[in-house]
Design a protein around this ligand. Sequence first.
Ligand SMILES: Cc1ncc(COP(=O)(O)O)c(C=O)c1O
Length: 398
Amino acid sequence: MAKFAKRIAYMQSTADVIRYLFEAMTDPDIISFGGGAPAKEALPVELVHEIANEVLTRDQRGVQALQYGNPIGIPDLRQAVIDQLLTPKGVKADLKNVMIVAGGMESMNLISQLYLEPGDVVLVESPTFVQSIQIFKMFEAQCIACETDDNGFVIEDLEAKIKQYHPKMIYVIPTFQNPSGRTTSLERRKAIAELGSQYDIVVLEDDPYCEMRYSGEVLPPIKYFDETGHTIFANSLSKIFAPGTRLGYIYADEPIIRKLYEVKTATNSHTNVLTQILCAEFFKRGLYEPHLKMIRDIHRERRDVMMECIKTMFPNETKFIYPDGGLFTWVELPEHVDTTLMLENAKQHKVAYMPGKEFFVEGQPIKNNCMRISFGGVAPDRIEAGMKRLADVVRLYL
Ligand SMILES: Cc1ncc(COP(=O)(O)O)c(C=O)c1O
């Protein structure tokens, strides 16, 4: 068999854990807090059914849906993104600034294609989203982890690493971060945008959870503070519409979008037109706002149940993040616990989580005693049952 490219080795260990999590998701006996899926009750199945029936038989949209499309995306979805997602954040965008992509993950790929040369440095939060690290490594970039605390990147450390490594890019998940559930504070958002401008670095702001807020104060994106075009705002429609439709968007200055157009063309021509039309109609018909309220209510309840379970069932020395939104919390167990090894015990107890180690950059300080647990895809009564199993696993391990 011909040899695989070297870059494939970068993905091996993560791919194994992800494979296990997908298997856990489909085994009805396992209660899985491992994945990052929203509640199945939050998927707009009925609405999409109705929209699809009407739209495809009207105004030639059936033909449009099945024909090749424009790499930048269909205008009515881009306009809906501007009107209903970007304008409320206080940013000024028009159609030239917005590209539709095939899910949030594609943004990371396209932006990496546009900017990263082998050996370039990407500064990332520690911990950070495992699949983005994979993508940056695929482009043979070097990921350097920076210190974080409850308010996001520690700015002094970020600036010190900028001076030391001269990075090409800063990758940041500012709101209800994956995996930690933490949110970058207002001051730090401003500081990150300014550092991008001052040192001529791309700030890749990946913000797929920002609309999923259940408590606390709404914050503007880092892009809001960007005066030089260094920040690129990447977002996903997976959590607020449907992950299976593979939709997301990039909001950036026009010259960047023009270049991304070329990259997108060479990658997959364009995003699925059928799902773009369905999603555009969802917004145009005023269905998004009530849907968002419904999905926030569902996930808020799940978050609250999970927080209560951690407080009442886990050992006293457990530390955890109280997330104001999103799908995850981050649990820190006593230092001698290795959550990767503990996963074997969890399998026997029919419960799954994501070991924290996966979210740290290899070769840099790693915490083995953490885990990401997701409350999104599990109904409240199952959260209680699963957290009881997990608390038992932790106690036995201790
Ligand atoms: C931080 C972060 N970025 C991007 C994505 C990818 O989103 P999508 O499902 O739209 O590809 C996710 C999904 O879990 C995520 O957590």
